[in-house]
Design a protein around this ligand. Structure first.
Ligand code: URP
Ligand code: ZN
Ligand code: ZN
Ligand code: ZN
Length: 488
């Protein structure tokens, strides 16, 4: 493998700009980007004339080797990352799940799991309980372990779900650390009630999953989380926005000046529930995820919100289980492990759905699949850009070729694919990760252990537009209280 690569004659696309230029890469880093670069011997030349040369995708939302709902996701840090690279994604951020509520134990477990890595990755961390130890561990994660975002599950009652009280403590702590708070927004108590109702009605199949957790419960939790974040005066990131209900809450919050970031996922953008609840259990169970795949109309509205900038970046929530694992819920949808694939498919499906359809430009494509994520999690411009000094994570994309999705040839270890049979225009022909060509001529060349952990530093308050002096939400309450006293 040559450590020197020249990509010749392509259209180089960044989030703000595109131009025909060559890209010269040496030892994993982009050295120069300009027309007509001349090089000597020992340089691998890759021609990209008439094709797009773009930053590798960054997926903000994955679950590899996650223990969840009595089993573990079938894709680990090797198979999931290999799939990602074959689909043009070169960095992902995975969610560390604490062990018995302990962040340090969870972190250690994920360090172990990620030893198989073949591509760059970072961590978010879930918070599942609250005490002084967790509070202190959050500081350690931010200051020493390179984690700058924490996820709170408002659903999954009895396992991951947190209370409003915990969410408030977590939001305050995130604010004091300059970390970004993320929420899975569904009302877990109401979902629990909805599930009971379905079982009482005798609806035990996969359709019961969707019926038990309608959009109104996603809208409620989204609105509640936004208001609590506003009360604390700290930014909020809503993961997997799946409904118009949630998206409209985000739009309203943004209009009133709040820093709320909405992440649609590929499944929510492109799938809908028409014909989904096939009488064959596995055919339907593979689509079970939370929040669920919605009725047609939600996806179109989310696409529109992505094109107008209400929603900012696209993730996958890649969380795969094979047919055997999905079958755990054959008699009761509540036992179907929740999650769908997407890591390998994201770049193609976003292109097809958003660019090919004329809803966003090629530069916007780079923004929503890569640059925005790098900026949000503070790893820009090392990631998310084609420019001198950035990591050499690059894809060569042929907009005149076609992609075709099937479980027979995908790189995930799952035996099913929720996008089975889909094809469309555009193809990732070459993936360069860390300066090495890892995907070319439909062939993967990846080495276990070759990926790197990417540390994500905390944010400055200025970046989020928050006054640094306002460190505690109680201080922000003081002013109006005094004013009321004075006016008496
Ligand atoms: O169904 C899903 N989304 N599984 C992964 C866990 C989560 O809620 O993100
Ligand atoms: Zn330029
Ligand atoms: Zn979630
Ligand atoms: Zn998730």
């Amino acid at each position: 493998l040559s450590s020197k690569i020249l990509i010749k004659g392509g259209t180089v696309v960044n989030a703000d700009h595109q131009e025909v230029a060559d890209v010269y890469v040496e030892d994993g880093v982009i050295v120069s980007v300009r027309p007509n670069i001349k090089v000597g011997d020992g340089v691998r030349v890759v021609y990209a004339i008439g094709k797009f040369v773009m930053p590798g995708g960054i997926d903000p939302h994955t679950h590899l080797a996650m223990e969840f709902m009595g089993t573990e996701t079938i894709d680990n840090f090797f198979s999931g990352q290999a799939a990602a690279l074959a689909g043009g994604t070169t960095t992902h951020i995975d969610f560390v799940i604490p062990v018995d509520g302990s962040l340090s134990k969870g972190y250690e477990a994920y360090v172990e799991k990620s030893k198989l890595t073949c591509m760059d990755y970072g961590f978010h961390m879930a918070i599942t309980k609250w005490d002084d130890i967790v509070s202190k561990e959050m500081e350690i994660m931010v200051e020493e372990k390179g984690i700058n975002s924490f996820k709170f599950f408002m659903a999954y009652k009895g396992s991951l779900m947190i209370s409003d009280e915990l969410l408030l403590e977590g939001l305050k702590k995130c604010k004091s650390l300059g970390a970004l708070a993320m929420v899975h927004a569904e009302n877990g108590d109401a979902v629990f009630e909805g599930q009971k109702r379905m079982i009482e009605l005798g609806i035990t199949g996969p359709e019961g999953h969707a019926l038990s957790r309608p959009p109104v419960l996603e809208g409620e939790a989204t609105a509640r989380a936004i208001r609590l974040a506003a009360f604390v005066n700290t930014p909020l990131y809503i993961v997997h926005v799946m409904s118009i209900d949630a998206m409209e809450e985000i739009a309203r919050a943004q209009k009133s000046g709040l820093k709320v970031i909405g992440e649609p996922v590929v499944s929510g953008l492109v799938l809908d529930d028409s014909g989904l609840w096939d009488p064959d259990f596995i055919t339907a169970a593979k689509f079970v995820m939370s929040p669920p795949i919605r009725a047609s109309g939600h996806g179109k509205a989310l696409q529109a919100a992505l094109s107008t900038g209400i929603l900012k970046l696209v993730g996958t929530d890649h969380c795969t289980f094979n047919s055997t694992q999905k079958s755990f819920g054959i008699d009761d949808f509540r036992k179907i492990p929740n999650g769908v694939n997407g890591l390998e498919e994201r770049m193609h499906l976003v292109w097809d759905t958003m660019v090919e359809s004329g809803q966003i430009s090629v530069t916007d494509y780079v923004r929503v699949t890569s640059t925005e994520c790098a900026k949000l999690f503070n790893i820009y411009p090392r990631k998310g850009a084609i420019r001198a000094g950035s990591d050499a994570d690059i894809i060569i994309f042929n907009q005149n070729s076609t992609f075709h999705i099937t479980a027979n040839s995908h790189h995930s270890r799952s035996d099913t694919n929720v996008y089975e049979g889909r094809s469309g225009k555009g193809k990732v022909e070459v993936t360069i990760a860390g300066g090495k060509i890892v995907w070319e001529n439909e062939e993967l060349k990846v080495v276990p252990g070759s990926g790197r952990y990417i540390s994500m530093p905390p944010f400055s308050y200025l970046y989020h537009g928050i006054d640094k002096a306002d460190k505690n939400y109680l201080t922000s309450l003081k002013a109006p209280v005094n004013r009321i006293k004075q006016s008496r």
